[in-house]
Design a protein around this ligand. Structure first.
Ligand SMILES: Nc1ncnc2c1ncn2[C@@H]1O[C@H](COP(=O)(O)OP(=O)(O)OP(=O)(O)O)[C@@H](O)[C@H]1O
Length: 758
């Protein structure tokens, strides 16, 4: 990627004069890539293989449209799956055209951020029942609010323990005016009340941003008449990255944004769908193609991995043709057996030290695992060996109690209608106190009109010294975290106020909305399941793929987090039965696990090592190699066996080295931690947010006995009779019938009736 960036920089001079097509960068593209860049069909989807240059093509396309076809950047909307990806595209464009102003690329971002910006700036959000000052709520907060409404109104809602999922599942049906909920309960009444409450408290969920955005865009188009629409009113081009990760709501938003006029260019890879639990299905790519009558182009050639890795990857391909490579066979894939994760961690530490001594930088090396919990042993052993590492864990403000509370304080300050948050602030067991109420509700009046502000001033205004309890043991750390956060926020707000000539309240609202939408990184880098990257307001992240700019560290991350990255050497650990793939409930999950493994192995450029344990020690994992290892042809593999249980059990397999003699001790410590954790998990849970929220508002909440909800859902089919629901998504339903086995049906045909749970 950095090599590519250099190429772009060298070519930058000639861009201005002759356009993109005459640059070295364009000439470097292969024929498929060129065809995609130059295509100007009304709608085009590029079905791209892994590592085939999707990002390269997308950037090439933007440059071509802008420099050769004179399409202003402002007339392009570039929709990405993560905010980080949007930042990366802008950053790479800036390397070529350093004078790009922030205003010109306002249309570059995630679906949600683009919708948010339009609702704030150009769509009449008042017509939908909110005001321009609305704030953004996260999905947990919406579930808490729904739970509170259920309790207040005595609603009968089934499967409350899965309320978040249920809120998502039937929302579309309710919007379409269906008369009764799937379980014939009060779900539709809940939607109604929830909607009213969100309007009353002037806040929107993520789903609202897209839905309201879409509705208002459609109304706007109707009002002005699609044909007569002012050329200036919408984008001329919509470019979509990672289109396979879109969900149905995003597609509707896309359609409305297009307004029957803008051209669509979307790149994606159906083989890399790994987030279907969020409403994305592996059929999305094809759905988009048909919905927009799009031309399909392909990018078959992979530039990343050596031929052995690609040959293995081809075994896991689910859609499309074989991935073509450009590289020689290279190193075979190593498959290694270890006795257990402790032994492996030590092996990895030594191996990485050797690689480093032989000239490989740490940043070229990554270790992937299926479950976040697997990183603990590696961290401890790497610490002991002094190996620098970067742990990719999603750590957001919500994980730090004092910042979680502070953000709520700020949210109420910029939106006093938010009684849900106000209640949570005041009754917070750590920091809540009554005097905060006035400070929050008077913020706009008192301080919010200012044109610049400092962290110290805000700290004093909110009386945070008292709220954080100066005599408590944690005060200093809390104060440091709060000041750090406020400093970042004030820097962003001051900048915002200067450029927009707005006031402090509006600037804080923008900052807080951004952080709700993207999360805000508090620690080491992360690209987790979910569109999380650094909050817009807090400055942008370093280019993830230009890794030379970052500290030299080994990357430790889950397979999910590895998507979109590339490394010279990749270790995938715990490739055991029951772990990779994780135990699956249904065929779809199984297929997704396979795609996840595919994503993991295709991150490696030159060296790939897969390991399994004789004694995995993870619940559900079996001490046998995963069946995925049997799917890779033997001639691509180099099998090595490091399992020496007798040495390992003694904990002294390494002789005189003091670090290694501690291994036995470490093993005992970690096992004890695991035991304590599982005991803790078995204890009855503490009160949920919703209960706390209600309690905070002075209500007595009866802790409802956890209802034992039935797990089996019956269905009926005209021909196959009664059966059991296995899975369903927005399009398909799968059920099992005693006489006929498992069958799948298109929901649109309504052949399967879902009966009450038994
Ligand atoms: N025409 C080309 N010639 C040489 N190298 C190329 C070419 N196109 C792309 N590459 C290189 O191939 C690698 C993969 O490119 P890129 O990251 O854009 O692919 P991708 O399709 O986005 O990957 P993924 O599927 O993993 O998300 C990069 O290192 C890139 O520089």
């Amino acid at each position: 990627m950095s090599e590519q960036t250099n190429g772009l920089q060298q070519a930058a001079g000639s861009f201005q004069k002759e356009g993109f097509q005459h640059t070295e960068e364009f000439c470097r593209l292969n024929e498929y890539q060129k065809a995609a860049v130059l295509d100007e069909s009304p709608a085009c989807v590029v079905n791209a293989n892994v590592g085939s240059g999707k990002t390269t093509v997308l950037i090439g396309k933007i440059l071509y449209l802008h420099l050769d076809r004179n399409v202003p950047l402002e007339k392009m909307t570039v929709l990405t799956f993560t905010n980080k990806a949007a930042d990366e595209i802008v950053e790479r464009l800036r390397k070529i055209k350093p004078d790009i102003a922030p205003d010109q690329v306002q249309g570059f971002g995630t679906f949600h951020s683009v919708a948010l910006r339009m609702l704030k700036n150009s769509l009449p959000v008042e017509e939908a029942g909110w005001t321009k000052e609305f704030t953004v709520m996260d999905p947990d907060e919406e579930t808490d609010l729904a739970m509170k409404i259920i309790q207040e109104h005595g609603l009968k809602v089934k499967y409350k323990n899965r309320l978040k999922k249920r809120l998502e599942q039937e929302y579309q049906n309710w919007l379409e005016g269906k008369a009764e909920s799937r379980y014939r309960d009060d779900m539709y009444r809940l939607y109604q009340l929830l909607e009213e409450e969100k309007k009353r408290q002037n806040k929107m969920s993520f789903a609202d941003l897209l839905r309201v955005g879409e509705e208002l865009l459609r109304i706007k188009a109707e009002d002005s008449g699609v044909e007569r629409r002012d050329e200036k009113s919408g984008p001329a081009w919509i470019l979509v990255d990672e289109v396979q990760d879109s969900d149905l709501m995003q597609i509707e938003f896309l359609d409305a944004l297009r307004g029957g006029k803008a051209k669509i260019f979307a790149v994606g890879d159906p083989n890399q769908v790994i987030y279907s639990w969020r409403g994305t299905g592996d059929n999305m790519f094809y759905l988009i193609k048909h919905r927009f009558g799009a031309k399909e182009l392909t990018l078959p050639v992979n530039y990343r991995s050596n031929a052995s890795i690609l040959a293995a990857a081809n075994r896991f391909l689910q859609f499309g043709n074989r991935i073509q490579g450009t590289r020689e066979e290279g190193q075979r894939i190593t498959v290694r057996n270890h006795y257990d994760p402790f032994q492996e961690a030590e092996y990895l530490a030594e191996k990485i030290q050797t690689l480093h001594r032989n000239g490989k930088s740490y940043r070229e090396i990554a270790v992937f695992y299926r479950l976040q919990s697997q990183s603990g042993i590696l961290e401890k052993v790497f610490d002991r060996y002094g190996i620098p590492y970067e742990l990719s864990v999603k750590k957001t403000l919500k994980d730090i109690p004092v910042l979680n509370w502070l953000v709520k304080v700020l949210r109420v300050s910029v939106n006093p209608a938010d009684t849900q948050m106000a209640a949570e602030v005041l009754a917070d067991p750590g920091y809540g106190e009554e005097s905060m109420y006035l400070r929050m509700t008077e913020f706009s009046e008192e301080t919010g009109k200012r044109e610049s502000v400092s962290a110290g001033e805000l700290f004093a205004y909110f009386g945070l010294r008292e709220a954080l309890h100066p005599s408590s043991a944690g005060y200093q750390e809390d104060e440091r975290l709060v000041m750090d956060f406020l400093e970042k926020m004030c820097a962003s707000c001051n900048k915002e106020m200067e450029s927009s000539q707005g006031n402090l309240t509006a600037a804080v609202r923008k900052f807080i909305n951004s952080s709700a939408l993207y999360g805000m990184k508090t620690d080491a880098g992360e690209k987790a399941p979910g569109d999380i990257s650094e909050c817009e307001g807090a400055g942008s992240e370093p280019d993830e793929k230009d890794r030379t700019a970052e500290p030299d560290r080994v990357s430790l991350m889950t397979l999910h987090a590895s998507k979109g990255l590339e490394f010279d050497t990749v270790f995938i650990i715990g490739v055991n039965q029951g772990m990779i793939p994780l135990r699956c409930k249904n065929f779809e999950q199984e297929e997704e696990e396979r795609r996840l493994f595919f994503v993991g192995i295709t991150r490696a450029e030159n060296n790939l090592e897969l390991s399994w344990y004789t004694n995995p020690g993870e619940p559900g994992a079996i001490g046998e190699p995963s069946r995925y290892l049997r799917m890779i042809p033997e001639q691509l593999l180099n099998r090595e066996d490091a399992g020496k249980p007798e040495n390992v059990r003694s904990g002294e397999n390494a002789g005189g080295d003091g670090r290694k003699s501690d291994l036995h001790q470490l093993r005992k410590q970690v096992q004890e931690q695991i035991r304590l954790k599982s005991e803790h998990a078995r204890r009855p849970g503490s009160a949920g947010m919703a209960e706390r929220g209600a309690h905070l508002q002075g209500e007595t909440v009866k802790k409802e006995k956890e209802q034992k909800e039935p797990e089996v859902i019956r269905v009926r089919h005209r021909k196959y009779g009664e059966g059991i629901l296995i899975s369903e998504d927005d399009m398909m339903i799968e059920a099992e019938f005693r006489e006929y086995g498992r069958k799948k049906f298109l929901k649109a045909f309504g052949e399967v009736e879902v009966l009450d749970a038994v």
